[in-house]
Design a protein around this ligand. Structure first.
Ligand code: NAD
Length: 255
């Protein structure tokens, strides 16, 4: 697996999983363009500050990106302790908007990697709704659909991770045919990053304790980052339209 000379755009680069993907990609000789609302704590080749919940900021970001992008890693995200409006904008609608706007700047053979979550695993229970949302054609159309089909604050994180898995799957083949760019999601279980505590608050102590007995430990961010890096590389060139769990076996214990 090599990322040598690849141009990789990484959102959420200033913390956690995004920072680890940037570290690995730079060590392998990739040209890393980092994006975040906060300044990065590590070296990247270029950094663009942007609020990924705002379409105007995303459009400015895309205008500033060079042509010839090999991989787009959509890693920025907020936990369900954030206001549901922000979760909707950042974790789903903004990610979609950035992806669709950046695609014309991507090279054939490129890869898009979206970070979903083990908490999105119950998407089959709401498949029709997620497909209907996936068919909306813009950020604003998505907002209007969600205004008519509201999501609760308590469940918004899970809902938009489910929706991301479904959107990525249903759009992947169309994008692969048109742009020769593949798209997949990577679904981490609990990861030791600054937002892990928010997940404990969001899920409640009982669920967290139940899960704690089902796994060895939370992942380290590089254990997820390495899989994202693989998904950016040509070694994964025939993987398209799938959701890859990286959870130390946690999801399998629910079978
Ligand atoms: N940590 C976990 O246990 C876990 C588990 C499953 C999935 N995830 C997902 O992994 C992704 C990365 O999370 P992490 O654990 O590395 O968290 P993190 O908080 O360490 O990193 C998230 C990054 O996203 C950035 N960000 C948030 N909102 C933004 C916005 N509006 N505009 C620009 N940047 C923004 C933050 O500034 C931060 O640098 C998220 O999508 C999260 O939902 C995390």
């Amino acid at each position: 697996m090599s990322l040598l000379n690849k141009t990789i755009v990484i959102t959420g680069v200033s913390s956690g999983i995004g920072a680890e993907v940037a570290r690995t990609a730079r060590a392998q000789g990739a040209h890393v363009i980092g994006v975040d609302r906060n300044d990065p704590a590590l070296s990247v080749d270029q950094f663009i500050q942007a609020d990924l919940g705002e379409t105007a900021a995303i459009d400015d970001l895309v205008a500033a990106l060079p042509a010839g992008i090999d991989a787009l890693c959509n890693i920025a995200g907020v936990p369900g302790t954030a206001d549901k409006d922000i979760v909707e904008r950042v974790n789903y609608l903004g990610l979609r908007h950035l992806t669709e706007a950046a695609l014309p700047k991507m090279n054939a053979g490129g890869s898009i990697v979206n970070i979903s979550s083990i908490l999105g695993a119950e998407w089959p229970a709401r498949l029709d709704a997620h497909k209907a949302l996936a068919e909306t054609n813009s950020f604003d159309e998505g907002r209007a659909w969600l205004a008519a089909n509201p999501v609760s604050q308590e469940f918004c994180y899970q809902y938009f991770k489910e929706a991301l898995i479904v959107w990525s799957a249903v759009k992947a083949s169309e994008i692969f045919m048109k742009y020769d760019v593949r798209m997949n999601t990577v679904a981490p279980g609990p990861v030791m990053t600054p937002i892990l505590g928010d997940f404990v608050a969001m899920l409640g102590e009982e669920r967290v304790q139940a899960d704690a007995h089902r796994m060895k430990r939370p992942a380290l961010a590089d254990e997820v980052g390495d899989v994202v890096a693989f998904m950016c590389s040509d070694a994964s060139r025939w993987i398209c339209g799938t959701n890859i769990p990286v959870d130390g076996g946690l999801a399998s214990t629910y079978l």
